[in-house]
Design a protein around this ligand. Structure first.
Ligand code: PAN
Ligand code: ZN
Length: 184
């Protein structure tokens, strides 16, 4: 009798598709991202209903010590010359870190300290990103396909979006076949 053995949830590494458990999906559309992109006119001209990214989260863990597992699917596209990106946030509990894993596509993980120092890490299938405590984070899709990234974070971390109302210190724009990083 194997009645004590449960089938766990599954992630398909090639696509980031999660299966085998209660899943909550949150879609963030262009209309949900006012003031995020540098070119406000281009943002207004875009289709407000266009999905920029979907986040699938497994289950609803609760309480100190519990971990959330989620996959972000950041679609390809741009607003003006700026690549699609997530809103980005600090954790409300600033001391809580997170781990991101690249699964599909190519892009950048923008990290920024509370002092405003920013840096970028390349995200590719198999990349591992340890987001330290006290560090804001945002994904940017610089590629031609959806960028999918698995994340694990403490449920108590919470999300503080307001602290970045002024935006991050770096922005990433299209440049020929590649990208260009600009300050401010
Ligand atoms: C991720 C992010 C996800 C969406 O699960 O929440 O990529 O980005 P925004 O929350 O900035 O819209 C995470 O970092 N959780 O803590
Ligand atoms: Zn986070």
């Amino acid at each position: 009798m194997n009645s004590d053995i449960f089938l766990p949830s599954q992630v398909a590494w090639a696509t980031g598709a999660l299966a085998g458990g209660p899943l909550i999906r949150k879609t963030t559309r262009l209309t949900d991202l006012p003031g995020i992109f540098a070119d406000g006119e281009a943002w207004r001209r875009g289709n407000p209903q266009q999905s920029v990214y979907d986040v699938d989260v497994l289950g609803s863990p609760a309480g100190e010590g519990a971990l959330c597992v989620g996959v972000t699917h950041l679609h390809t596209g741009n607003v003006g010359d700026e690549f699609f990106m997530t809103r980005g946030h600090f954790h409300a509990r600033r001391e809580q870190g997170e781990v991101y894993f690249g699964l599909r596509g190519v892009g950048l993980l923008l990290l920024q300290t509370e002092a405003g120092d920013a840096r970028l890490e390349e995200v590719t299938a198999g990349s591992v990103h340890i987001i330290p405590p006290f560090t804001a984070h945002r994904l940017i899709n610089t590629g031609k396909e959806t960028l999918s990234s698995l994340a694990v974070w403490p449920v108590i971390a919470g999300h503080d979006y307001a602290a970045l109302a002024e935006g991050f210190a770096l922005r990433v724009f299209t440049s020929g076949q590649g990208f260009e990083v600009r300050h401010g």
